[in-house]
Design a binder for this molecule. Structure first.
Ligand code: NAP
Length: 292
């Protein structure tokens, strides 16, 4: 079977890792294409024999050309939050027009889909994209990715081992997952059958609170890491004082509040089944980052 697969966001972490898993799982490089907007950032992909398609979510014609002859398209969500809905709807439309048979999308886990969600600024584009994909008539698989474990160091700050955790997420836990595990599972879905018109909850099998994160950090680094969940207004003031750019502050406050409201708390996971093993735990992840 010579299914032609295209992965977008291939110069980014998720896309690149997914491609590496496809190769590891025995898919020939000649059956894999990568959508990249800057060829210079894709020398490694080129060296592996991956076909580079130059395209940008903002350029419909480039997407239409890139998606010709593709059977399965992995649409990795973009980074331009202000324009993401428009960009991804264009990608879905181009996929349909180009004759893509099966579209797979890295969406995100959530409960509150209304404008009252503290992360509505990024949720809306995922919801719009999920809706367009389901209405497109193409076969689809939607991955409801939980928060990456990999974003934790950003939430915790560079000096966490000295200052402790100062983050307004309260006591609510979230089913953080490693990006690597997500990419491995997505690669499996790309190359196996039975995933048509499915929506998968991509969550860890355990939920972790900030207090547990502090305790785990204390244990693995043999230090004492405290957790304080401040009032969001105080948190904003401290970040502003420290010179953190406004858009990042808004994002951190929004994610903290969403965690506190239980948006990322999940009791079920398809990820373990897709991986055929348990996803890596908080402790294993934190050891990789903090215990050298
Ligand atoms: N669940 C979570 O906790 C979490 C955390 C962070 C991000 N995310 C989402 O997951 C996605 C993948 O994560 P990641 O770590 O791989 O992010 P990443 O390393 O920043 O990669 C994003 C990729 O999207 C590409 N891209 C952005 N705008 C584009 C456009 N207009 N046209 C074509 N390509 C475009 C980038 O291309 P360039 O290399 O050219 O910039 C890059 O390849 C992110 O984009 C974001 O939507 C989820």
């Amino acid at each position: 079977m010579n299914t032609k697969i295209l992965v977008t966001g291939a110069t980014g972490n998720f896309g690149k890792t997914t491609i590496d898993f496809l190769l590891k799982k025995g898919i020939a490089a000649s059956n894999i294409s990568a959508l990249v907007r800057d060829e210079a950032k894709a020398a490694d992909l080129n060296a592996k024999g991956i076909t580079l398609k130059i395209g940008d979510y903002d350029n419909y014609e480039s997407l239409l050309a890139a998606f010709q002859g593709i059977d399965k398209l992995l649409l990795v969500s973009g980074t331009d939050l202000a324009n993401r809905s428009k960009q991804q709807l264009a990608a879905v439309k181009a996929a349909k027009e180009a004759g893509v048979k099966h579209i797979l999308y890295t969406s995100f886990e959530r409960k509150n889909e209304s404008d009252s969600s503290p992360i509505a600024f990024l949720a809306k584009s995922h919801i719009d994209t999920d809706t367009a994909i389901k209405a497109s008539g193409m076969k689809y698989t939607i991955f409801r990715n939980n928060l990456y474990l990999d974003v934790l160091p950003m939430f915790l700050g560079e000096k966490v081992l000295v200052t402790g955790i100062y983050f307004p997420a309260g006591e609510t836990a979230a089913a953080y997952v490693s990006r690597n595990d997500l990419a491995e599972a997505v690669a499996t879905v790309l190359i196996t059958e039975g995933h048509e018109n499915k929506e998968y909850g991509m969550n860890n099998v355990e939920n972790y609170s900030m207090q547990e994160i502090a305790d785990t950090l204390s244990k693995i680094t043999n230090t004492s890491v405290h957790y304080l969940s401040p009032d969001p207004k105080d948190y904003e003031a401290v970040l502003t004082q420290a010179g953190v750019p406004g858009e990042y502050i808004g994002m951190f406050v929004g994610f903290a509040e969403a965690i506190k409201q239980g948006e990322f708390q999940a009791e079920s996971s398809d990820l373990e089944k897709l991986l055929g093993r348990k996803p890596i735990t908080l402790e294993v992840f934190l050891k990789q980052v903090y215990s050298k």
